[in-house]
Write a protein that binds this ligand. Structure first.
Ligand code: BDR
Ligand code: CA
Length: 313
């Protein structure tokens, strides 16, 4: 049976690929998408989430979540990486869907599911923290959180030397989520910087040549971030988190105690990862190694099948 998932997202170029991978994977069933402010403002992330749901013919509700961090007032969007509207300048047809209030939607989707829902946050953690504060009983029903955020070991930050964007944007929310007690898998920069993908890794998809190939090609071309390996690949931050749900063998994890620096002068937004467990009780599985070939193959296989399906109409 497919695992029920809810994706909380700030599309976002790599968010779009992540949603496509989930839509293309029979191992999971997308019960809902909830947008959060992050890469761009909430008007654009929610419009992009709804437009992607239309493109992918997702039969699930789309929610509009938080418009900004819990407390942080100096967080800024990532227009330099994701363009003015979040999809690298590529506008999808506007959706006519009615958006539901995001936190209420998250609570309903988690509450009404017979099986525990896996929540996949691939943007700032504001919505998830609000769910935990406003609807704790529903939040405790979450089966697992598989989040893209933070960094461990050799790669800690991309906004500052020690802070990754999703955690840096709303460190108070991230601290709340790691302290709450739901099982967490953390897919941080140390893992996503291993998972680089460029056009050369998606040959079946581009040979297929349909709407998904078109969009993914434009998204990869519109990405203005730094190549992690200097060889033309884009670090697949968000789709690696989805891949870890679809095919857990893609990542190797270690248990750790994770907390978030929410007020440091130089370190605000840093995930502090203690693999020894001496400084706090283990609260997360942290990805440390990626089977890159397996990940690229999963992405290429799944997206090319999705492309052919959508092309047939
Ligand atoms: C994360 O920040 C965003 O820019 C990406 O979409 C990803 O979720 C990487 O640090
Ligand atoms: Ca994202």
């Amino acid at each position: 049976m497919a695992l029920p998932i809810v994706i909380d997202t700030d599309p976002g170029i790599d968010d779009a690929l992540a949603i496509m991978l989930a839509a293309a994977s029979p191992e999971v069933e997308i019960r809902g998408l909830v947008a959060v402010a992050g890469n761009v403002g909430i008007d654009d992330t929610s419009a992009n989430a709804a437009a992607l749901a239309d493109l992918l013919r997702l039969d699930c509700p789309v929610g509009r979540g938080a418009s900004g961090p819990l407390r942080r007032r100096d967080a800024t969007a990532a227009h330099d990486v994701h363009g003015a509207d979040g999809l690298g300048g590529h506008r999808l047809p506007a959706s006519a869907r009615t958006l539901e209030p995001g936190i209420a939607l998250l609570a309903r989707l988690v509450d009404e599911s017979a099986e525990p829902v896996t929540v996949v946050p691939i943007g700032p953690l504001t919505d998830i923290a609000l769910l935990m504060d406003e609807r704790p009983a529903a939040a405790r029903r979450i089966g697992r959180i598989v989040l893209m955020g933070g960094g461990a070991r050799d790669v800690l930050g991309n906004v500052t030397p020690v802070a990754e964007f999703n955690v840096w944007f709303d460190p108070d929310a991230a601290a709340r989520v790691f302290a709450f007690g739901v099982p967490i898998t953390m897919i941080g920069l140390n893992a996503t910087h291993q998972a680089t993908v460029g056009r050369a890794h998606l040959l079946r998809l581009f040979a297929s040549g349909g709407p998904v190939a078109d969009l993914v090609g434009r998204l990869l071309d519109g990405y203005h971030g730094t190549d992690a390996d200097g060889r033309g690949g884009m670090p697949q931050h968000d789709s690696l988190a989805v891949a870890a749900v679809v095919d857990p063998a893609v990542v190797t994890t270690v248990p750790a105690f994770v907390d978030v620096e929410d007020r440091g002068r130089l370190t605000s937004g840093m995930t502090v990862v203690d693999e020894s467990g001496r400084f706090g009780a283990i609260n997360a599985e942290v990805a440390v190694h990626v089977d890159v070939e397996r990940f690229r193959d999963l992405l290429d296989t799944r997206l090319s099948v999705l492309d052919a399906t959508l092309r047939r109409g």
